[in-house]
Design a protein around this ligand. Structure first.
Ligand code: AMP
Length: 395
């Protein structure tokens, strides 16, 4: 029987899964898929690693499968499909590990209680990340479950980079800059030596530009600073999140617009960013194809903010040896990469336009003082690798 590791990434309305085979130098992807719309119109699809659809199910509009139902369906599917496989562990993406968890951890009842305490720090993600852990623990109490945190990679940041200029009593309550997308950054930091060993030992800014977006300054492979802070709404404009906002704007929302916390939450998380500015879409492909002036304005602001953050993160590093683009927009948008690289000429980045059109991996000229790369991220593999390591008795 082949041993396998299941990786789960549970969001508010979807659950992504990947199954990795064990027994090779690194975990090998066997199949992956997701259940989307679990509270509205659930849609399950599983693909083999090469991409072909293995199985697909649609539920009627209005079906509320919920997280419990989605996990139950998924486990049943895996049981039926994988008679020759033996599941040895489940690795979970968990957004928040607070200051306490700076590495993956095997979850038991005590750890779960601690992770629940972080729910107020990430109310839109953490509860959904924890639900599958609870459901699986009830069904299969002996199956090891490993929590891998989006915050953990950033715990190497110097205290200054993690601090807000707030009174100590507030800081003591856990109001810090935590940083997110850590599994993606960790994967890039691990992979970069294959592309540019010199830069990997030096000063690198990674741009994780997906629907959620952030940037991370990495010095000698370790996180030094990042654009995301206490929550995942800080920093860059994103698909629907506004990114950095003058805190005085919050007071204006409350005092003048009479908005309460929930209304502000909706505005800054779901109605802002590329969607809010463009009035067209949160999707970069749609914006690039649109002739609406709002679409161009949104891309311009997005690129401008990236340029400003690149300067800030380079300052935190004291220089720049390389930039790396990753995630949906970073891996695919030639336009955004071109504009960002052109704006970074003052930092020594010289774009190779033809290489950028070909999607890299190296998109800077050989004469470029700082190199530029396109490297696809792989958070699932990172989780599978962590899970494997956490099972070893040496851990
Ligand atoms: P992610 O959250 O990493 O899946 O990234 C989603 C974002 O990537 C969306 O804004 C997509 O529009 C964007 N994206 C995906 N493919 C492309 C493409 N070919 N060109 C531009 N943007 C893309």
């Amino acid at each position: 029987m082949t041993e396998a590791i299941l990786v789960l990434n549970a969001g508010s309305s979807s659950m992504k899964f990947s199954l990795f085979r064990e027994g090779e130098a690194e975990p090998a992807l066997h199949l992956q898929g997701q259940i989307e719309g679990i509270y509205t119109a659930p849609h399950f699809v599983a693909r083999i690693a090469a991409g072909a659809v293995l199985d697909e199910t649609r539920w009627a509009e209005g079906t509320r499968l919920g997280h419990d139902g989605a996990i139950a369906y998924l486990l049943e599917f895996l049981r039926a499909q994988l008679r020759d496989y033996h599941l040895i562990a489940v690795g979970h993406r968990v957004v928040h590990g607070g200051l306490e968890f700076s590495r993956p951890v095997r979850v038991d009842a005590q750890v779960l209680t601690k992770l629940e305490k972080f729910i107020p720090l990430a109310p839109l993600h953490q509860p959904h990340n924890l639900t599958p852990i609870r459901v699986i623990a009830a069904q299969a109490p002996d199956l090891p479950q490993i929590a891998c945190f989006d915050t953990a990679f950033h715990r190497t940041q110097p205290p200054l980079a993690q601090a807000f200029a707030l009174p100590g009593a507030i800081t003591d309550r856990g109001v810090h800059r935590y940083g997110f997308h850590g599994l993606s950054y960790e994967y890039i930091a691990k992979t970069l030596p294959q592309y540019d060993p010199h830069a990997a030992r030096g000063k690198v800014v990674v741009l994780h530009l997906g629907n959620g977006a952030s940037m991370c300054a990495i010095g000698a492979g370790k996180s030094v600073a990042s654009t995301m802070g206490f929550t995942a709404v800080e920093g860059l404009p994103m698909g629907t999140r506004c990114g950095a906002l003058d805190p005085g704007v919050m007071l204006y929302f409350m005092d003048e617009l009479k908005m309460d916390a929930r209304a502000i939450e909706k505005l800054i998380y779901q109605q802002s960013g590329l969607l809010g500015v463009s009035g067209v879409s949160s999707d970069m492909r749609t914006l690039e194809a649109s002739s609406e002036p709002g679409a161009k304005a949104a891309i311009d602001l997005y690129v401008y903010r990236i340029g400003r953050e690149l300067g800030s993160l380079s300052a935190a590093l004291g220089g720049l040896d390389a930039i790396v683009f990753t995630a949906g927009i970073g891996e695919n948008s030639r336009l955004v990469r071109e504009q960002v690289c052109r704006g970074a000429a003052w930092l020594g980045v010289e774009l190779d336009a033809a290489a950028n059109r070909a999607n890299g991996p190296r998109i800077s000229t050989s004469a470029s003082r700082a190199s530029a790369w396109v490297i696809p991220t792989n958070e699932e593999l990172m989780i599978a690798s962590h899970t494997r390591r956490a099972l070893s008795p040496k851990q």
